[in-house]
Design a protein around this ligand. Structure first.
Ligand SMILES: NC(=O)c1ccc[n+]([C@@H]2O[C@H](COP(=O)([O-])OP(=O)(O)OC[C@H]3O[C@@H](n4cnc5c(N)ncnc54)[C@H](O)[C@@H]3O)[C@@H](O)[C@H]2O)c1
Length: 437
């Protein structure tokens, strides 16, 4: 405890928070209460999984009467907390977000806001009408290095921004885990890959473009691997039964069993044992019977493995975005921003600015002071900073602390829907020319 944070809260008691969805994200955000018990308290949890809700109950000493299987039961009660963290799966965001906002709870809503443009609008409307704070889980907006990119642009360091090139390398085994075998593999069950994975990135590009509106967007992409026709001859339907699994980079034995044998039980291993702690026995059982033991070429996945998006903003600023599964790096974005006076590049570790006039390069770093020992290291400490801002915004009733607030986040989500429409309809979409579908 006693970790320094950038905000001072004016509330006498900690901000009380209900966690809806006690999975990876719900547990991670809740960790803030363990770090700063004087600033945040988790007072209730709702999750249909007994293992998940009991774990959170124990971690935060939640009273029995405040542990729920279903968030609808929470809503039936009179308002009894300041805020809610909605950390349910993608398709279960809108309903609780709207219901809690209407009851007067401040809302931290995981990204994507919702899976349709209409639902995103409805959430924003509900929060605005109720006068509650909305923060969307666009954690990268809180990453100190990424914040510095915007500060350097705004300070005129590279002149006028002309072009933005941004890459999201998903990571080969991360993609196999989440988007081939796991929770985000199938659009009908979760959402399309650009929304699920890259709404962060389109949001950043939109943010870096500043006040300039995106006018046109085009996109191409597909599921280019991880289908039945790509299955090697002789491969089995499950990795545990496969005689050639050692030759496969996506082998579940390699991704999960090899890790647990080395004592690694965090992500992604923890995800595959939803009802118990992971150990060699439970992981082996999960691979024998569960979705994560399937051959990557025998899954019911349909989301894109690679997609590009081209954007034209007002004033001729262009942007090119790439999302690709087949990478060594795991989500460590690479960005280059070309301006009239210089070039700024960021490899996720440092920013380099080359000045055309002086022909000199300067380097910038922005280490996060998030407390690593508490495990809330998600996204290079950005999860911690998002929570820090949300709790302070609620405690001080100051929405200006939120960097991922309703209006801007809605606009960047609409851009994602437009980009996907372009891909599906094979045409350039003029943003806002007709109702977003
Ligand atoms: N901000 C980020 O960078 C980031 C990263 C990963 C995931 N996410 C998003 O966060 C959300 C949660 O992802 P996760 O990785 O924690 O998934 P998860 O599967 O670990 O957690 C989701 C939890 O919701 C619970 N749940 C399901 N239905 C529910 C209901 N009706 N009421 C209450 N709980 C319910 C599940 O049992 C599960 O425990 C997703 O929308 C995901 O896209 C955001």
């Amino acid at each position: 405890m006693g970790h320094s944070s950038s905000h001072v809260d004016r509330m006498a008691s900690p901000v009380s928070v209900i966690v809806v969805g006690a999975g990876c994200r719900g547990e991670n955000y809740s960790m803030f209460a363990s770090i700063h018990p004087q600033r945040m308290k988790v007072v209730a949890v709702a999750d249909p999984r007994k293992f998940a809700r009991t774990k959170l109950q124990k971690q935060h000493k939640i009273a029995d009467e405040n542990v729920f299987e279903d968030w609808h039961r929470v809503i039936e009660r009179d308002k009894f907390a300041d805020a809610v963290c909605v950390c349910t799966p993608d398709r279960l965001h809108k309903e609780p977000a709207v219901a809690f906002a209407k009851k007067g709870y401040h809302v931290l809503l995981e990204k994507p806001m919702a899976t349709t443009a209409e639902d995103c609008r409805e959430i924003v409307e509900a929060c605005t009408q109720s006068g509650v704070i909305l923060s969307v889980g666009h954690v990268l907006r809180y990453d100190p290095l990424i914040r510095m990119i915007k500060e350097l642009i705004d300070a005129g360091t590279i002149g006028d921004v002309m072009h933005i090139q941004h890459l999201e390398p998903v990571g080969y085994y991360h993609f196999a885990h989440s988007f081939v075998r796991g929770n985000w593999r199938n659009e009908a069950e979760s959402s399309f890959a650009l929304l699920a994975k890259s709404c962060h990135d389109i949001d950043l590009i939109h943010h870096w473009a500043g006040a300039r509106r995106c006018v046109k967007v085009s996109s191409f992409g597909s599921l280019s691997h991880f289908q039945k026709q790509d299955k090697p001859t002789g491969a089995a339907d499950r990795c545990l039964d496969c005689s050639i699994e050692r030759e496969c980079p996506y082998s579940a034995c390699r991704i999960y069993l090899d890790r647990v044998k080395k004592g690694h039980t965090g992500w992604p291993v923890s995800v595959i044992c939803p009802n118990s702690l992971p150990d060699l026995e439970t992981v082996t059982e999960a691979l024998r019977t569960g979705p994560y033991g399937r051959c990557v070429y025998e899954c019911d996945n349909d989301v894109c493995s690679n997609q590009v998006v081209n954007m034209e903003f007002e004033g001729g600023l262009t942007a090119a975005f790439t999302m690709v599964a087949f990478t060594e790096e795991i989500c460590n974005r690479r960005t280059t921003i070309y301006g009239s006076k210089g070039e700024l590049s960021c490899d996720g570790r440092e920013i380099r600015v080359f000045d055309f006039l002086t022909q000199r390069a300067t380097k910038h770093t922005a280490p996060s002071d998030a407390p690593k020992h508490f495990g809330m290291t998600g996204h290079g400490g950005a999860d911690y900073h998002l929570m820090d801002a949300f709790i302070s915004a609620v405690a001080n009733n100051d929405p200006s602390l939120i960097r991922s607030g309703p209006e801007e986040t809605l606009h960047s989500h609409l851009l994602v829907f437009d980009a996907e429409r372009s891909r599906l309809e094979s045409r350039v979409v003029h943003c806002g020319d007709k109702e977003h579908s």
